[in-house]
Design a protein around this ligand. Sequence first.
Ligand code: SF4
Length: 213
Amino acid sequence: MPDRSGKPGRNCPRCPRLVAFREAWRKQEPDWFNAPVASFGPVDARVLLVGLAPGLRGANRTGRPFTGDYAGDLLYATLLKFGFARGRYAARPDDGLELIDCRISNAVRCVPPENKPTPQEITTCRSFLQATIAEMPSLRAIVALGRVAHDTVVVASGERRSAMTFGHGCGHPLGTLTLFDSYHCSRYNTNTGVLTEEMFHDVFAKVRAHLAA
Ligand code: SF4
């Protein structure tokens, strides 16, 4: 059953391992956010970006998706370049950065140990993503950052996982939407050359062209 709300409570109890991890970090770093991270950006946006999960010292610390770690540097610079954001990204939630026609969420809302949610946790949190998608009346494109986000969006949209295969730069018809795939903009992927800045920009150029079509 899809959750009616795309917003888990601060103490969402559904994933015991993630709850324990969250509690441990609340003790260790009481000034950090340490809770399920809400989507960022306007609900009437035409584009939704879906990442994997909050980074420990990124969104889990600051409370805003992709804010405060390396992945955010490339992501927000790209959104600014393609007109999906306005202002200045300063890696903190009070930097005044505004998203335009674009919203950011995650497949899993709580930080997982070593950035690796289990299949069960991905399934358990999926109803929040389903609700997030359902509450966006103008949605035309979803950008999945990585294979897990791709699979989660596909299943959340009522399709079988095997119906479409992840491929960087690919666009898949998904009901009334188009699902665009990109390798995740993680430090690991950019350091190893799996994803270059140019490759990442190409995905957003395709999204822009899709919106203009
Ligand atoms: S990952 Fe999602 S379902 Fe699991 S505890 Fe966090 S908010 Fe709840």
